[in-house]
Design a protein around this ligand. Structure first.
Ligand code: GLA
Length: 433
């Protein structure tokens, strides 16, 4: 192949792989304002909670000082309602000056100085969902440039007030425009959520080429009903959604609401467990200044984070829906390990669920299981061993499993954790037979 052909080939590759900038090989982790703080612009009466630079500085301080950053929670993402109602005289978006007097570039510096990254929100359409200036097709380049010039690291690009034809043009265009800035910027596309989230309306292979992650479904709300509805929709449609995910391309079932008002401790564990199975972004929307210890423990659970962040990046699947309203979820992980989640959709009392790994399609052999939320190990498990787990109503039991029959590779996820001094293997349990 001559040099001309090589150049042509390279051009072709760079045109087709529009956003392969190496970002998000594992799902993003961080914090986003929307679910908890919405469009609270009342800084007079609610100065602590209104959408303002102070709120984002507060959250950056918490991520940096309370152990979150070291666990991987690094993106602080501004959502809707940060903008002024008007673009400036050069047609650039600008923050509302009374709430962001220092401007976004200064806020980005504050966040970067703490080893964190800044995300921002814009909308492909005439207006954002809350009525602030939108990014119409003619504004895509200028907005991408503005964000890059401010030092933004992540863009959530919503889709209110545009039609499918405009979206079909606008989402790929923004991908190119972000690339053209030369700044590595994560690109989160809400596009599929506006098209019903499923093929044939949604082309997941195109999305994977142009976006790092995408919202597929409705907004999460602060309730178990909402979390359950999301889990159900993603599982019912897993044949379409699960293969779309992988390193650099993630389905986004929306924010973690753990630490807010709507979930019990069991339900919070269920959300965290299922988000880990789904290889979902771990983007909290809560008040990190006021967080119950139980919520903190769930969100900072190292093993569940490691499961979520597994480098193979294979999204898990629902394996079973039992008549008893127990559901079993599974995700394959690096080094032949795997995660299992037993979810109860019952509303009565803890349910004793009997099964075996063989029934869950595991190969013959022996396994060790680590119980993710109670820090106990289950030893002496054979694929055929019938074991019993007790699952609380709307709760989960979550296991991290490693096969024992194969020669142990030196650094399995499990080994790393076993070695880590923070990890206490409190008690050894045998399966209840
Ligand atoms: C849409 C999005 C939400 C949030 C709001 C802001 O509903 O799906 O995540 O960004 O807009 O107005």
């Amino acid at each position: 192949m001559g040099p001309f052909a090589v150049t042509q080939l390279l051009t072709l590759i760079s045109l087709t792989v529009a956003l392969d900038n190496g970002l998000l090989k594992i799902p993003p982790m961080g914090w986003m304002a929307w679910e908890r703080f919405r469009c609270d612009v009342d800084c007079q009466d609610d100065p602590e909670n209104c959408i303002s630079e102070g709120l984002f500085r507060d959250m950056a301080d918490r991520l940096a000082e309370d152990g979150w950053r070291e666990l991987g929670y690094e993106y602080i993402i501004i959502d809707d309602c940060w903008m002024s109602r008007l673009r400036d005289e050069q047609e650039k978006l600008q923050p509302e000056p009374s709430r962001f007097p220092g401007g976004i570039a200064k806020l980005a510096r504050y966040i970067h100085d703490r080893g964190l990254k800044l995300g921002i929100y814009a909308d492909m359409g005439t207006h954002t969902c809350m009525g602030f200036p939108g990014t119409t097709l003619d504004k895509i380049e200028i907005d991408a440039q503005t964000f890059a010039s401010w030092g933004v690291d992540y863009l959530k690009f919503d889709g209110c007030y545009s039609n499918p034809v405009e979206q079909m043009q606008g989402y790929p265009l923004m991908s190119k425009a972000l690339n053209a800035t030369g700044r590595p910027i994560v690109y989160s596309c809400s596009w599929p959520a506006y098209l019903g989230g499923l093929p044939p309306n949604v082309n997941y292979s195109l999305l994977g080429d142009i976006c790092h992650l995408w919202r597929n479904y409705y907004d999460i709300q602060d309730s178990w009903d909402s979390v359950q509805g999301i889990i159900e929709w993603f599982s019912d449609n897993q044949d379409d959604l699960q293969p779309a995910a992988g390193p650099g391309r993630w389905n986004d079932p929306d924010m973690l609401i753990i630490g807010n008002f709507g979930l019990s401790v069991d339900q919070a564990r269920s959300q965290m467990a299922l988000w880990a199975i789904m290889a979902a972004p771990l983007i909290m929307s809560n008040d990190l200044r006021n967080l119950a210890n139980s919520a903190r423990a769930i969100l900072q659970n190292k093993m569940i984070i490691a499961i979520n962040q597994d480098p193979m990046g294979i999204q898990g699947r629902r394996l079973l829906q039992e008549k008893s309203q127990i559901e079993v979820y599974w995700r394959p992980l690096s080094h032949s390990a795997s995660a299992l989640v037993f979810l109860s959709r019952r509303t009565d009392m803890p349910y004793l669920y009997h099964t075996s790994l063989a029934k869950l399609n595991y190969d013959a052999g022996s396994y060790e299981a680590y119980e993710v939320f109670t820090s106990s190990t289950v030893t002496g498990l054979n694929a055929t061993t019938v074991f019993t787990v007790s699952i609380n109503p709307s709760g989960v039991v979550m296991w991290y499993l490693i096969p024992q029959q194969k020669p142990r590779q030196s650094d399995t996820l499990y080994d790393q954790h076993k070695k880590a001094s923070q990890f206490m293997f409190h008690k050894e349990m045998s399966p209840l037979v």
